[in-house]
Design a protein around this ligand. Structure first.
Ligand code: GLA
Length: 378
């Protein structure tokens, strides 16, 4: 007889396996892994915020808070085994609440820009919060990055995981439909931080969730990322016009400063890109399956990060607007280009470009995307 796992087990063996699986399910973490929960603070409105620490047997740790379902720390080894915190962020909740350019945050309901903060869906016009000149950026005035999510430790057979859930009200920031979003962060024994997103809605709406971590593989606050080598599995990108809104064109990177098809220092041609990189790349794999999308490496320490995603696009943002006025966890100022972001996503302003992959979510359908940040040294 067969079973659901397709292992050809007998009914008795299946029953034992089912028991073993359900027992494992009450264990929050896999072998050598650990999840801790502590208090991080209280918001100005009086909501408590928790901090979850995920650790694996290699000493890698990731810290996440329920405010913004946000990654505050990520400690990974260099080629000598030395750990460093490779994401930009703050020590305190007050600093996050004081305003910041989305350090480590979960972005929603729609990441990136929507031109003129307007869209039309099923014959109806919607006006969103305009929070970037006339345009809508990263979910509006109070996007998912500024909400307190519900945290929950979830079983991870070989790692450590926490799930954050946020229920976004109908018409919040102008978006139709009550939407429930989740993001599950899993730290695996292979030094991967895996982000699994889901969303469901009760009315047609648009969704495009991402994470806005700024990485510096030398360690946060250790200068700029201009000498990091970057490779993007993308030979095309979406050019932008005024306000960084895509023109709708899909252009080849070959022979331009946009070309990262071979490992190239981020700073090599950044001077030729007005304002620095803040562009969406069209991933060659096309999205839909979890596939290699980018590799970044710090030649000094050897720390290397692969990005795998099911998304069709990735925004390369090189911390162009950082100007030294924000001070990070180790007390060092975040200068321009102190970090880079690789925001996996559907293309910016997709809802207003019929030639871009669609971002519409309808009742009964499940939104599901996965992104993996994998760390090693070479
Ligand atoms: C995104 C945008 C940038 C900028 C940053 C935050 O990555 O594309 O233009 O708004 O967020 O400063």
């Amino acid at each position: 007889m067969t079973d659901r796992l397709g292992l050809g087990l007998t009914a008795a063996a299946s029953a034992i396996l089912a028991l073993a699986v359900s027992t494992a399910a009450v264990q929050p973490a896999g072998k050598g892994a650990r999840v801790d929960k502590t208090a991080f603070g209280t918001t100005r409105e009086g909501q408590p915020v928790d901090l979850y620490t995920l650790a694996n047997a290699n000493g890698v740790t990731a810290k996440l808070i329920t405010y913004g379902a946000l990654l505050t720390e990520l400690h990974v080894p260099d080629r000598t085994g030395q750990l460093a915190d490779v994401v930009l962020g703050f020590r305190t909740l007050a600093e996050y609440e004081g305003g910041h350019p989305y350090f480590g945050a979960t972005i929603g309901r729609v990441g990136n820009r929507i031109a003129n903060a307007k869209f039309r869906l099923d014959g109806r016009d919607y006006a969103l919060a305009a929070n970037d000149g006339p345009n809508h950026l990263h979910g509006g005035l109070r996007g998912f990055d500024k909400r307190v999510w519900k945290g929950q430790v979830v079983p991870a057979p070989s790692g450590a995981a926490v799930r954050f859930t946020y229920a976004s009200a109908d018409m919040e920031e102008g978006y139709p439909g009550a939407l429930t979003a989740t993001v599950t962060y899993t730290l695996t024994p292979a030094n991967e931080l895996r982000l699994d997103y889901t969303a469901t809605t009760d009315k047609p709406t648009i969704v495009n969730l991402t994470n806005h971590s700024y990485f510096n593989l030398s360690g946060e606050g250790q200068g700029t990322i201009l000498d990091h080598e970057l490779m993007l599995m993308a030979d095309r990108f979406t050019p932008v016009g005024a306000g960084l809104i895509p023109t709708g064109e899909i252009a080849a990177v070959r022979g331009t400063p946009m070309d990262f098809t071979r490992a190239t220092a981020i700073g090599a041609r950044i001077g030729e890109v007005p304002g620095g990189y803040d562009h969406n790349y069209v991933l060659s794999h096309g999205g839909g399956v979890l596939a290699m999308s980018a590799t970044a490496r710090d030649p000094q320490t050897g720390r290397t990060m692969d990005v795998l995603t099911t998304e069709p696009g990735i925004q390369l943002y090189t911390g162009n607007f950082l100007d030294g006025t924000l001070t990070g966890k180790a007390g060092r100022a975040y200068v321009q280009h102190a970090g880079f972001c690789l925001e996996t996503q559907h293309f910016p302003d997709s809802i207003n470009h019929p030639n871009f992959p669609p971002v519409v979510l309808r009742p009964g359908a499940a939104y599901r995307t996965t992104t993996v940040y994998r760390f090693y040294a070479r």
